[in-house]
Ligand binder design. Sequence first.
Ligand code: V47
Length: 355
Amino acid sequence: MRDLIQKLETEERISEEEAYKLYDLDLFTLAKYAHKKRTKLHGKKVYFNINRHINPTNICADTCKFCAFSAHRKNPNPYLMSHEEIMQIVDETVGRGTKEVHIVSAHNKDTSWQWYLEIFKMIKAKYPNLHIKAMTAAEIDFLHRRFGMSYEEVMEKMLEYGVDSMPGGGAEIFDEEIRAKICKGKVSSENWLKIHKLWHSKGKQSNATMLFGHIEERKHRIDHLLRLRKLQDETGGFNALIPLVWQKDNSFLDIKEQLDSEEILKTIAIARLVLDNVKNIKAYWATMGLNLAMVAQEFGANDLDGTIEKESIQSAGGAKSARGTKLETFIELIKTSNLIPVERDSLYNEIRIYE
Ligand code: V47
């Protein structure tokens, strides 16, 4: 343990073996080093963007046990939006100043690949400056299996039609045994990483997520972070990690307790320390609440994600995120915490500093 503390002091890379010992440290020791690293990278800045989440369908061929969003017997409200409906949402949100649309769908086998992809062309034709963050690795893998398109072909269409960056969804937890229990049949961890690697090889950027607080153990989170760190060493294409705290309502996992704040903060701090090559760690307010997301800014996180406007995935699991957050709320909370609110674009270029 003395060696590990020594490395944290000198900011040397933590070895794989040492990473598995991080949870043995107490919260405030982790916080001290994670905050130091965060401050070195970002000072007192807290980043966010003005974005809109759109989930065009909840009809899903997969049966992930942790998910409350897809239409199933606990949530029997299947929907599928037309491109006209999606465009109407985009028109309205652009009118309110949104700079990014984050478009993620369930895996609907009754649609065509054109339904998935051509909407991006329509959006880009009308709003060339609107950033389109769309198509998780899980969706790309689904289109590959359903329509026989190679990953390369799906990506060619994404690029041709105007997708700017990929969101981090579908990563869940990479450990294969846990994956078999919570999301059997979905994109494998190997293919999730392969898809992001391919996207990065095209000079494009993406995010990564980690879903925690369900049946995984601490060692599985560390394994997840280490697999991401390894790929990031190769490609440098990940902008941010989004640790997603699992929301327990309406799922098919028999877990009664939501993860407590101490474990969430420890995980954020450890993510900051292990992922020494990923610049941004989001405290995703939709899964940890705004108050804890603000506290997390002192435990290694430097980003709150965005205003979102409408959130359907985590709120289906019980999160209080359905209606997004107002820009003024972000600004006020950050300022009253003696930190500096910074509106960023989707690739972390600064747009406005609220001094
Ligand atoms: O992959 C599903 C997760 C993800 C639940 O890239 C749940 O900027 C918690 O990936 N409780 C989709 N999480 C959301 C996502 C995302 C969100 C925000 C920003 C970005 C980004 C990406 O949501 C899924 C899954 O891991 N999820 N159900 C639940 N009950």
